[in-house]
Design a protein around this ligand. Structure first.
Ligand code: UDP
Ligand code: MN
Length: 821
């Protein structure tokens, strides 16, 4: 004891203190090192988490999250006439609009009240029929009455099965084909401009419609005869108008428009409803000018958009979900709801109780009903692809098209069954659809995925325009003509309806905010964004003006069939689901077309939290692979931004084989499509897309000198912005790069410069990836260990050392940071 105390006296005491202090210091240092290593490791983990999060976001956003829904849905308990009103739903609009909407609400209320009065006797039994999967005879006939709109002379050749695999280069079978007579096929809707050819016939037709208000619309009409076709339309218009407004006034209005001689007003083939072309600023114009895009400027007859809605026919006003109101199930039915949820990832139980042909509120901005469209719009084939779709939603989708589309414009509805497994989607569906001559079913012999399924549908389509829709939608009143009108004006326009929301829980029809456009964020994640006030004001836009979209949501759009094929359709190498909306959007814009949202065309869609069907391969990998194909073909140098946002792993082709891209790249060349830079500058100028993360001098904080590359070796120099040898980029690939050369770990913790290789993960450095203590470090991973780039204290060496948070010789600063990471 004495001995010990002797040592602790005088210099011994000092020594002991130094010893203890060193031990404590050492312990602190080790802790710090561990923190820094953990930091790097957590950074790596974070990268993975970010990637997974991105993938999740991709899934979520694609399923419609972020679609700005007007939270006010019409509820059953609060009918339109009291409580929640549609004008509130339009609350974001100007006062003037609100007044207009007020009118609309009244008219809807009137419609509803009238309906309730007129059809208060509608039996519950009829409603019941609509609820059943396969309707009873009574139900069918009731429905038949509602949708018996095949007035253009198509004849059904039942039970015909054609193998068109050679056609679609896919194993498909078409059944229930609507056979159209050769003459009828020759007949095109472009033969419709009666005012040019046979004005007197047309006048007769319209006048007849005025004089004979109870003309029999169910009468079969010979479609080969042109006058009859126009008469048909007149009848149609008449019939529609009788449903909505005093018929004579309206027909007269059309007649009066024609002035003294003409029956209908003649206008040039230009946009009829917007005097201004807010989006036609030259900088925004894609591809060829409108003249060369359009099918020719002629004088053509027009009419007010048809507000055809057969769902206003007799029905039970009190049926579940009628008028798009929120429906609720009793709490004791919750179990049922949960049990059936996974069949579609929405309230399937409730959907099955809602009439297949329910009415929904006319949510168009008021002016839409007054818009004029050309008489000779092209016909369309509506293509629904589905895989294991819920019976009631599939049928509701089809009925909504049949009930709310002008028959002469609806060439056919093609249902493409992407190898569903549900039994009711086989024979029962064939049987059900056999009532509707216009419905054709194409069966794929193996699962192809949404993209190739659409291609199979397009391959057999006979309409001039293809209209793709998801299989769980409800088309709203007047949805079709505004879309076709845009294609008619310019065959390279690709119009999309406003996608409204059918609530996945209560199946209510919800409105979305005005002025929404489809955009993407990195890494090619689709989303919605509202046009800025400034943009709206500058372009003097109203709520009905078409909105140009950098990208489309993907599920719902019309496209000129020939143009679709000129564009090379979809890349058939895209699998199952995902990324196809990006592909077609970039292709359209960069190769001379335009994508627009048409506010006067509205279609409700059930946005689901998850895809209810199986992916043959891993879902995330499938989507990532599709996106990588799109990036490689369309993004040019900007593909780095895609990979740089959490998709570096896709660069390792050994892990993911994205398939052959030769044809796609060839196609882009052949079509002489513009660059992605052009797209960003002209179509999506508000997109932030810096090509590098950071650039300029690479300053070392400890040394207070800058990195320099001279004669192929790295050294340090007094910082000088004018010296190119000191200029480096920190790229999305995480490269420290000067031209083609990349800084990379060399032998034994030394450094080397190599030709950059995107696929080589050894060339990647983490920097500024987080706000952690390691943010300024340049961290690389060598043999699974994180190492940091460190300057020698004399400024003559550069090496890799274990990372230390506070070591200033490991801290680096680029002159300019272009992106926040
Ligand atoms: N679909 C298909 N085959 C597939 C995946 C999807 O036919 O392999 C159909 C699906 O039934 C739906 C449409 O493609 O009608 C779009 O798919 P989904 O609704 O899942 O896409 P989302 O609306 O979530 O983007
Ligand atoms: Mn969908």
């Amino acid at each position: 004891m004495m001995k010990v105390s002797r040592y602790l006296r005088g210099s011994g005491r000092v020594l002991a203190f130094v010893f203890v202090a060193s031990v404590v210091w050492l312990l602190f240092d080790m802790a710090a090192l561990r923190i820094s290593i953990n930091d790097v490791n957590s950074q790596l983990t974070k990268e993975r988490v970010v990637r997974e999060r991105e993938a999740l976001r991709q899934q979520v956003v694609k399923s419609g999250f972020g679609h700005p829904v007007q939270r006010v849905a019409v509820t059953q308990n609060a009918p339109l006439s009291s409580g929640i009103r549609l004008d509130r739903v339009y609350r974001q609009r100007g006062k003037e609009d609100q007044m207009l909407v007020g009118k609309k609400v009244d008219s809807f209320e009137q419609q509803r009240d009238n309906l309730a009065k007129t059809h208060s006797s509608t039996s519950k039994g009829q409603e019941g029929a609509a609820l059943q999967n396969v309707p009873s005879k009574e139900g069918v006939s009731a429905k038949k009455k509602a949708v018996n709109l095949d007035l253009n002379g198509t004849e059904l050749e039942k039970d015909r099965v054609i193998d068109v695999s050679h056609n679609a280069s896919l194993p498909v079978v078409v059944s229930n084909v609507t056979q159209i007579s050769a003459d009828a096929q020759k007949e095109k809707h472009t033969t419709l401009p009666p005012s040019e050819k046979k004005p007197s016939n047309d006048r007769d037709a319209l006048q007849k419609a005025v004089e004979e208000p109870d003309v029999k619309t169910n009468k079969k009409v010979d479609s080969e005869s042109e006058p009859k076709q126009s008469r048909l339309q007149a009848e149609e218009e008449h019939r529609v108008e009788t449903t909505f407004k005093p018929p004579k006034n309206n027909v007269k209005e059309v007649v009066n428009n024609g002035g003294e001689k003409g029956l209908v007003r003649k206008v040039n083939k230009t946009d009829l409803n917007t005097e201004k072309q807010p989006l036609k600023s030259t900088s925004l114009q894609a591809g060829e000018d409108t003249k060369s895009n359009s099918t020719g400027a002629r004088n053509l007859a027009v009419h007010k958009v048809l507000s055809l809605d057969m769902t206003l026919a007799p029905r039970d006003a009190n049926a579940v979900g009628q008028f798009g109101v929120a429906a609720f199930v009793a709490s004791n039915e919750d179990v049922e709801v949960r049990k059936r949820w996974d069949e579609g990832h929405f309230n399937v139980y409730l959907s099955d109780q809602i009439p297949l042909d329910r009415a929904i509120p006319d949510t168009r901005p008021d002016m839409c009903a007054q818009n004029l469209v050309h008489d000779d719009l092209p016909s369309t084939s509506v293509i629904f692809c589905f895989v294991d779709e819920v019976w009631s939603t599939l049928l509701r989708s089809v009925h909504s098209v049949l009930n709310r589309s002008p028959p002469h414009l609806l060439k056919e509805i093609i249902l493409v069954d992407d190898f569903s497994t549900k039994d009711n989607l086989k024979q029962p569906l064939d049987e059900y659809m056999s009532q509707f001559p216009k419905v054709r079913i194409v069966r794929l012999k193996e699962r192809q995925g949404l993209i190739r399924a659409r291609l199979a549908g397009a391959a057999v389509a006979q309409g001039e325009v293809l209209t793709f829709l998801d299989s769980h939608i409800e088309c709203n009143v007047g949805w079709l003509e505004p879309l076709l009108e845009r294609v008619y004006l310019d065959r390279k326009k690709v119009p999309c309806p406003v996608i409204e929301v059918i609530n996945d829980k209560d199946m209510s029809y919800m409105l979305v905010d005005n002025f929404q456009r489809g955009i993407f964020k990195w890494p090619l994640v689709f989303g919605w964004s509202t046009l800025t006030e400034e943009h709206i004001k500058k372009n003097n836009m109203t709520v009905t003006d078409p909105i140009r979209c950098p990208v489309m949501a993907g599920g719902l759009f019309s496209i000129d069939k020939k143009y679709f094929y000129e564009l090379g359709a979809y890349d058939p190498g895209l699998d199952v689901w995902g990324g196809e909306n990006m592909e077609i959007s970039f292709k359209i814009w960069m190769c001379g077309g335009e994508i627009e949202i048409i506010p006067c065309s509205r279609v409700g869609h059930i946005f689901r939290g998850q895809n209810p069907y199986k992916f043959p391969k891993d879902r995330q990998k499938t989507v990532e692979r599709n996106l990588a194909r799109v990036a490689e073909v369309w993004l040019d140098e900007y593909k780095d931004l895609f990979y740089g946002h959490g998709y570096h792993h896709l660069l390792d082709r050994k892990v993911i084989n994205i398939g052959n891209l030769t044809e796609q790249i060839e196609l882009r060349k052949r079509l002489k499509c513009k660059s992605f830079k052009w797209y960003l500058d002209n179509v999506y100028p508000d997109m932030d897309a810096p090509l590098v993360v950071a650039e300029g001098l690479v300053f070392n904080r400890g040394l207070r000198k800058c990195l320099s590359l001279q004669n192929g070796s790295l050294t340090f120099d007094i910082c000088d912005l004018s010296k190119q040898s000191q200029h480096f980029n920190y790229t999305w690939m995480r490269h420290i790069r000067q031209q083609d050369m990349c800084v990379a770990p060399g032998k034994e913790n030394s450094l080397a410069v190599h030709l950059c290789d995107n696929t080589n993960s050894v060339h990647r450095w983490f920097h500024k990836s987080s706000n952690s203590a390691m943010a300024e470090h340049l961290v690389t991973v060598v043999v699974s260990q994180s190492m940091c780039l460190e300057a020698g204290p004399q400024g003559d060496t550069l090496h890799l050392n274990p990372c230390e948070t506070r070591n200033a010789l490991q801290k680096w600063q680029f002159t300019h940071y272009r992106a926040q990471r």
